[in-house]
Design a protein around this ligand. Structure first.
Ligand code: ZN
Length: 175
């Protein structure tokens, strides 16, 4: 089973069909031909090949072609590129963390004012420009405490920061 959520999400995103998970599970156990995957998963060979191609396209699966000396047919042996998966997940995590840090800085470096009627939230400068009146309903803009938002962003950020070092470790048990 793929018990790593981030890997599951990534596969779901790349393959975007339910059958992706059993195919990847087969690949994670070791090099395997498309026909063997089809037998093990009871999926049609076409389905398996379509999924393999998507994984190949994303760089997380590779294949080796070999010719059967008896039948002269080509066999494709597929391999899971765990290093690439790790790389993609790390890169994605870095991007998410960067965004969260920017968001955090914006929240920390600004004072916010909001309309009592639940309209948009304004920074101090924007509130000054509008004379502390809501442009939509002309209600008074009041200071809004954003410490809860800051806490939420920090919490999310720390989840990513902690995950970042754990993912490869969990993941290596499969490869
Ligand atoms: Zn308003």
């Amino acid at each position: 089973m793929i018990n790593n959520t981030l890997i599951q999400e990534l596969i779901h995103e790349i393959v975007n069909e339910e059958e992706g998970v059993p195919v990847v599970e087969c690949l994670m156990r070791g090099s395997i031909t498309d026909e063997e995957i089809s037998e093990k998963t009871h999926l049609k060979l076409n389905t398996v090949r379509r999924i393999l191609y998507k994984l190949y396209d994303a760089g997380i699966a590779s294949y080796k072609r070999s010719k059967d000396p008896e039948t002269q047919w080509y066999t494709y042996t597929w391999k899971f590129e765990s290093g690439k998966v790790e790389e993609i997940i790390k890169k994605r995590n870095r991007e998410i963390m960067e965004n969260l840090r920017e968001l955090l800085a914006f929240e920390e470096n600004n004072m916010f004012f909001a309309c009592k009627n639940g309209h948009y939230r304004y920074t101090f400068d924007e509130a000054v420009e509008n004379d502390f009146k809501c442009p939509e309903c002309h209600g008074k803009l009041e200071y809004m405490d954003n410490s809860e938002i800051i806490q939420q962003i920090r919490k999310e950020l720390s989840l990513y920061e902690n995950n970042g070092s754990e993912i490869p470790l969990n993941f290596k048990s499969y490869s």
